[in-house]
Write a protein that binds this ligand. Sequence first.
Ligand code: C5P
Length: 235
Amino acid sequence: MNHRQNIVLIPAAGSGSRFGAAKPKQYIEINGKTVLQHTVDIFERQPQIARIAVIVSPDCAAEFARFQTASAKTQIFAVGGDTRAQTVKNGVDTLLAQGLAQPDDNILVHDAARCCLPPEALQRLLATAADRPEGGILAVPVADTLKRGQSGAIAATVDRSGLWQAQTPQLFRAALLQQALSVSDLNGITDEASAVEKLGVRPLLVAGDIRNLKLTLPQDEYLVRLLLNAAEQVV
Ligand code: C5P
């Protein structure tokens, strides 16, 4: 019998500088709940998720005190780092050191700012990758024509065949993720898969969903509001 647990790790220690709000974007309120709370609630509702670890910055106590967790399934760890990769590494190390995750458990890293993840997309990831040692990520094939820019003009059109946009969750065994993030230089690692790829592993690409967008720029907030309203009508 398989006792491997699925544990969600939510890096939420970013400052959201591209979003440009007074507070980090994961703490802005939409429909009476913070973006982070919306994200946590998606996983709270899924019985296949055993634990949710939210990793916040050690110096944003005021915000995380306002974060009301829904159940004992969710725990907050104030061990965030200077980069997303460092935050995830600190979170994985803490979970393993405290015995809250076993090396063979799956860790699903999910951006705090992706608060519209459709449950079907999460189910696809679990069904495809939960029992695979190489892990897997949600991703969508690139739909638009891609241009390489130079000084405000088009320098080249880039062949988009075979190109995917990486989303989250990104699912890996805890031991593999810890090994992948144990490199001396975490700079330039913008997702967990790229760290795992550097070990020579080829994680699976699982069909994501364009609704799984990341709140990054101020104009994304309008779409996120529409998506959250639509999701609430079907729950
Ligand atoms: O800035 P970006 O949108 O790429 O951040 C993606 C996720 O990583 C967000 O959930 C953000 O809070 C998190 N992050 C973090 N620690 C950092 C930087 C980003 O947890 N130092």
